[in-house]
Design a protein around this ligand. Structure first.
Ligand SMILES: [Zn+2]
Length: 182
């Protein structure tokens, strides 16, 4: 659960029934703007979503095309801290008529709605499979001690980290010794 709550994934459903009845070739551009966190799946939330989608009535369904800017929280691959990751998403998918549901993994439901949630979920999971770091020059974790090197403002000349304790910088190996002795 996110602090401050989130928008329900119901809001990611778009009514396209009118485009179906207007016949092939008809199109409408829909702004997609969520500046609050929105739920995409039980365990997936986006911090924000912004852009627009062009919905075009095609022979087999509704073609959904456009570009979206997405932000979501993920773990840095180097230091493992959570950070807000921003990326662009190019969308080009057919939502098939039920009679043509074999033409796409996405389809128009019986209420004449399309649901962007499964599409967004898939795209975000693909994006998450790529490495991302929280900031340029993220120092990552010390291999031996697991200390987040970004939290240290003092690196010694060899680039080796020091654990800052009681205001004094000490070698991590010394820290282990100190623990054993106390
Ligand atoms: Zn990082």
């Amino acid at each position: 659960m996110l602090p401050g709550g989130y928008l329900k994934k119901r809001l990611l459903r778009i009514q396209v029934g009118y485009l179906l009845s207007e016949g092939p070739g008809n199109a409408k551009e829909i702004p997609i703007t969520f500046s609050q966190p929105v739920q995409v799946d039980d365990d997936l939330y986006l911090n924000s979503l912004d852009g627009s989608l062009m919905l075009t009535r095609a022979k087999d369904g509704i073609l959904v095309q456009g570009a979206l800017q997405v932000t979501h929280s993920r773990e840095c691959d180097r230091c493992l801290e959570s950070f807000t990751h921003r990326f662009g998403l190019d969308v080009a998918e057919l939502y098939a008529l039920r009679s043509n549901s074999g033409k796409s993994e996405f389809f128009i439901d019986s209420d004449g709605e399309i649901d962007l949630a499964p599409l967004l979920r898939e795209e975000v999971l693909i994006e998450e499979s790529y490495r991302a770091i929280c900031k340029d020059g993220c120092r990552g974790l010390n291999a031996a001690s697991g200390v987040n090197l970004n939290d240290l403002n003092d690196l010694n000349e060899t680039g080796e980290s020091r654990v800052v304790e009681d205001g004094l910088a000490i070698d991590p190996r010394m820290a282990v010794l100190k623990q054993l002795l106390s």
